[in-house]
Structure formats: structure tokens, C-alpha cells
Design a protein around this ligand. Structure first.
Ligand code: HPA
Length: 271
């Protein structure tokens, strides 16, 4: 049986007509406003694509916005789907495989995350340099379609080095402070225990969150170049006095998203 990405891409193509996006952007918790600058937008709700996974979390609108950003053709996901909603990693990977079938060459992923690094405070922007897959799952398990990618993909440049260099230079020129670090994914939905946060620190984690890794693994598999950003909404459990909450995540992400939106605009202009 053909994977769902073939049907998703046909449905999206029929809605976009001759508009062929080159860059995809996935906007995480509280970061959806970044899509509001897109010109000549075509909006496609996930609900209008047959069998497409639905986003059920507050702060995730659940729609594609296709259009022009800084003169470039983009397809933006305003809201993503997560493992903790009950979606399989394989269905998340279908979205990225759909991007590949649409001809997308570059992907910008964003998320909200908790910091484990004392040098990366709440409110910071962090460029993701690499990840640790601690979700105990993998989006590529199952039969392999060789048209989409290889059985044993290489992840040595999963967060593309040249794109990272571009992000660092662009941020510097714009006077936007950009930290760098390793992102670790847990499945969620609970926030971590303090002992887990200490353990992840020993593993070399700078920020922890509940998304992004399935998308990035699949993008590397498909040959799509990735640039990833975390908005640091809090310090990890045990590193800050207050307890964790999704409300705090959303409020902080919305605050920090202005800087991230500006940076993404400037980067897209240079892509
Ligand atoms: N842990 C996991 N996911 C998160 C966090 C966190 O501290 N903050 C925002 N998303």
C-alpha cells in the first residue's frame, strides 16, 4: 500500500494550483503568529485534507498557510501534531514526506523548550545544533519506500551546517542574541521530573521538549535541509522555583516569538 504522503501531496497540490513552495516552516507552541506576515496566503485547514492528523493542543491552529515571505515561496504549518496527542511517529513522518513530494528543499522547525543550561535563560532563542532522540520511538520504523529515502539514513548533518552558519551571521547582524545547543526530545505529555532533568544534563542536553525530532529525522531521510530553533520558555524542572505549566510555555513563547519571527524573515530572505 502506498504511504499517505502521496495522497496528502496530491490534495495539497490541487488546492495550491501552480504555486510550488520551496521552503517549509513548522511553527510550534505559541509561535503561530510568525505566519501572519505571509503575503497572498492560501489557507488549508488540516481538517480539509483526508486522513490528515489533527492538532488538538491549545496554541496550535492546525492549518497550512502557503504564500510569499520575503519574496520566497513558503508553506507554513501553523501548529504541529505531537506524539503525546496519540499520533504515531509514522503519521508525523508522512507530513515531511509530503513536503518532499511537493518539491520542498528546506525546512525551518521551531518549538518551545525548557532549558537545562544555566547560560540559556528563559526568553532566549536557541539554534538547535543537534538532537538526542529520547522519545523511545522512531518515525522511520516500517517498510521503506526507496523513492522517499534510504533504509539507513545518515544524521551527521541533520541540522544543516551551512544553514546554521547563515542563522548565526544573520542574528549577529540584526543584533538578535542567538544561543546554540542540543535539543532532547521526550514523548511528554508530562513535564520532566527533577531527576530526569539532572540525567538529561549529564547526557549533554541544553534544552528539552516534546516535538521536532520525528520531523527532523524524516527530513534528513528525505534529503530536506533543516534549520531548527527552540524558544526557551522556562528552566527545566528543579532548576526554577515555580512548577511547570503549558500556560507559562504559551505566554513566554508568544513574547519571544517576535524576535524569532524577525530572524526567520531575515534568514528566508537570504535562502
Ligand atoms: N519540558 C518539556 N517540554 C517543554 C518544556 C519543558 O520544560 N518547556 C516547553 N516545552
Amino acid at each position: 500500500m502506498k504511504e499517505l504522503c502521496y495522497s496528502y501531496s496530491e490534495q495539497i497540490k490541487s488546492k495550491l494550483g501552480d504555486f510550488a513552495p520551496e521552503i517549509a516552516v513548522i511553527l510550534g507552541s505559541g509561535l503561530g503568529d510568525i505566519a501572519n506576515n505571509i503575503q497572498n496566503p492560501t489557507v488549508i485547514s488540516y481538517a480539509d485534507i483526508n486522513n490528515f492528523p489533527q492538532s488538538t493542543v491549545s496554541g496550535h491552529q492546525g492549518r497550512f498557510i502557503a504564500g510569499i515571505l520575503q519574496g520566497k515561496k513558503v508553506l507554513c504549518m501553523q501548529g504541529r501534531v505531537h506524539l503525546y496527542e496519540g499520533h504515531t511517529p509514522q503519521i508525523i513522518s508522512q507530513i515531511i514526506k509530503t513536503f518532499k513530494l511537493l518539491g520542498i528543499k528546506k525546512l525551518i522547525v521551531t518549538n518551545a523548550a525548557g532549558s537545562l543550561n544555566p547560560k540559556i535563560a528563559a526568553g532566549s532563542l536557541m539554534l538547535i545544533t543537534d538532537h538526542i532522540n529520547f522519545s523511545f520511538n522512531n518515525p522511520l520504523i516500517g517498510a521503506n519506500d526507496d523513492n522517499l529515502g534510504p533504509r539507513f539514513p545518515d544524521l551527521s548533518n541533520a541540522y544543516d551546517k551551512k544553514l546554521r552558519q547563515l542563522a548565526v551571521t544573520t542574528a549577529k547582524e540584526a543584533g538578535i542574541e542567538l544561543k546554540q545547543g542540543v535539543y532532547l526530545m521526550v514523548s511528554g505529555p508530562n513535564f520532566e521530573t527533577a531527576a530526569e532533568v539532572r540525567a538529561f544534563g549529564i547526557l549533554g542536553t541544553d534544552a528539552v521538549g516534546m516535538s521536532t525530532v520525528p520531523e527532523v529525522i524524516t527530513a534528513a531521510y528525505c534529503g530536506i535541509k533543516v534549520l531548527g530553533f527552540s524558544v526557551i520558555t522556562n528552566l527545566g524542572t528543579g532548576l526554577q522555583e515555580q512548577s511547570q505549566s503549558h500556560g507559562e510555555t504559551l505566554a513566554m513563547a508568544e513574547k519571544a516569538s517576535q524576535n524569532l519571527g524577525q530572524l526567520i524573515n531575515l534568514i528566508i530572505e537570504r535562502l
